[in-house]
Ligand binder design. Structure first.
Ligand code: GLN
Length: 479
């Protein structure tokens, strides 16, 4: 197997036992990028080869000299282009930030550097993370490496595609309503979104601040939690970051039995038959292994999509107000007066979907509608979260689909925003309730496209999430 296809854990084993080098790994990854990037377009920026090879060689020299190297062992890491990297272009896939080179590192980037990871490059996304397919990027669409006619999912479609295509062993994404988990599922890899606040958002370009959470795209469950243990933890720069200690995560499945909650409401009309069957088979395998399947109810989840699209757009309209061509972002060459300058700058540099969200957000926050839409959505959000808290009295994890179908064809839903929003129906609740959730591949459609299953745990219970996900991964691999 090529070095470009191994997991982080396998690569680290080889580095430590001397059967490969950091230079060989970086070369293998760059080779793969050269082969597939023209078709896949997972990256907005790949760092120059000479810089990457020099950093890799420095780690090889250190290891040779017997010096200690941090947990990421000089491996190349891909980063979603909405996460600020000092000295490296960070665009959020928008013309608005088309030339933005951050003067600082996001906390997660500082931690990756500290843990001896090499920044490989910045991955494509929907503009300001608004979308479900990576088709809303100012830098061209990303294609699904499993079938180039299909979307990779989104918004962290570049990160998921890079990992699935062997262009990076692991990647960071960000998940506001499913943006790590859903593209991971569409591309046939693992996607992890931890508890809201588990990872600092300092330096993450904000979309909807009460929902945004950085996450990981990886080739297996253990890798996702390895990365989580590097980047998680309290950060004084983010007042919403959790103060509680980060748990230690198991690396291998154990035989402890789990109570698995299955919510009826997530298996209703609109769910594709092949997805339903793949998840049912996963649940049957779990039962066969001695886990208990518990029927649960999450009745308010039926309101999740309107609730999400009110709260997310409200917060987006407020977060994106800063891009005025003065403090931040593109400035028009046709300024006129102040109002024209701001209007023209924003008109020229924001794409259609971002404009749509800003208008929706301003509408739901405007005088007379604020109580009717925004406040009401905040109340329903609480009801949705309360349903989950009640359900977790009866079960350890909840299992349900991540999306109603596997990946669909490029362009299939771009003409109809509402149909596009509907694909988020099963992913947004974990964000509304702030819960940790992971998706892993559980089958393929007859057309050969991956199907993902989602595992959700109670707040701050990432250790349980890890145990359950390792157990499911093992079952699926062994059958
Ligand atoms: N598809 C959802 C949206 O467009 C979620 C995106 C995300 O998680 N960033 O809002």
């Amino acid at each position: 197997m090529s070095l470009a296809e191994l997991t982080v854990t396998e690569l680290i084993d080889r580095l430590v036992n001397g059967t490969t080098t950091n230079v060989e790994i970086v070369k293998a990854v760059l080779e793969r990028i050269r082969e597939v990037e023209g078709a896949v377009n997972a990256f907005i920026t790949v760092r120059p080869e000479d810089e990457l090879l020099a950093e890799a060689k420095a780690y090889d020299d250190k290891r040779q000299a017997g010096e200690a190297i941090g947990p990421l062992q000089g491996l190349p890491i891909a980063i979603k282009d909405s996460i600020c990297t000092k000295g490296l272009l960070t665009t959020a896939a928008s013309k608005m930030l088309g030339e933005f080179v951050p003067p600082f590192d996001a906390t997660v980037i500082a931690r990756i550097r500290q843990a001896d990871g090499i920044l490989l490059g910045k991955t494509n996304t929907d503009e300001f993370s608004m979308g479900s397919t990576t088709e809303n990027s100012a830098f061209g669409v990303t294609r699904n490496p499993r079938n180039l006619d299909y979307v990779p999912g989104g918004s962290s479609g570049g990160s998921a595609a890079a990992v699935a295509a062997g262009e990076a062993p692991i990647a960071l994404g960000a998940d506001t309503g499913g943006s790590v988990r859903q593209p991971a599922a569409y591309c046939g890899i693992v996607g992890l979104k931890p508890t809201y606040g588990r990872i600092s958002r300092f330096g993450l370009i904000a979309y909807a601040s009460s929902l945004d959470q950085i996450g990981v795209c990886s080739r297996d469950v253990a890798d996702a939690f390895l990365m989580l243990s590097v980047i998680a933890g309290h950060d004084p720069h983010d007042s919403t970051s959790l103060g509680t200690p980060v748990p230690t995560f198991p690396k291998k499945a154990d035989s402890a039995s789990l109570r698995v909650g299955v919510p009826d409401e997530y298996f209703g009309a609109g769910l594709d038959d092949e997805v339903r069957a793949a998840i049912q088979r996963t649940l049957d395998l779990m039962k066969g292994q001695g886990h208990t399947v518990v029927p649960i109810s999450l009745p308010n989840s039926k309101y999740s999509l309107p609730t999400y699209y009110i709260i997310a757009t409200a917060e987006a309209s407020s977060n994106l107000a800063r891009y005025d061509g003065v403090q931040y972002g593109h400035r028009t060459s046709q300024p006129g007066g102040l109002i024209d300058m701001v209007t023209n700058s924003r008109t020229e540099a924001f794409g259609d979907e971002v404009k749509r969200r800003i208008m929706l957000g301003n509408y739901v926050l405007s005088g007379g509608y604020h109580d009717q839409y925004y406040l009401k959505a905040c109340k329903v959000r609480r009801l949705i979260a309360d349903d989950f808290s009640r359900a977790f009295e009866q079960c350890d994890v909840i299992v349900h689909p991540i999306a109603p179908s596997a990946a669909f064809r490029l362009g299939e839903k771009t003409g109809d925003p509402l149909t596009m929003y509907l694909t988020d129906i099963y992913s947004v609740t974990a964000n509304l309730a702030g819960l940790p959730a992971l998706t892993l591949p559980c089958g393929t459609t007859k057309d050969g496209l991956p199907i993902g299953v989602q595992v959700v745990a109670a707040t701050e219970q990432e250790e349980t999430l890890c145990r359950a996900s390792l157990a499911i991964e093992k079952l699926l691999r062994e059958e």
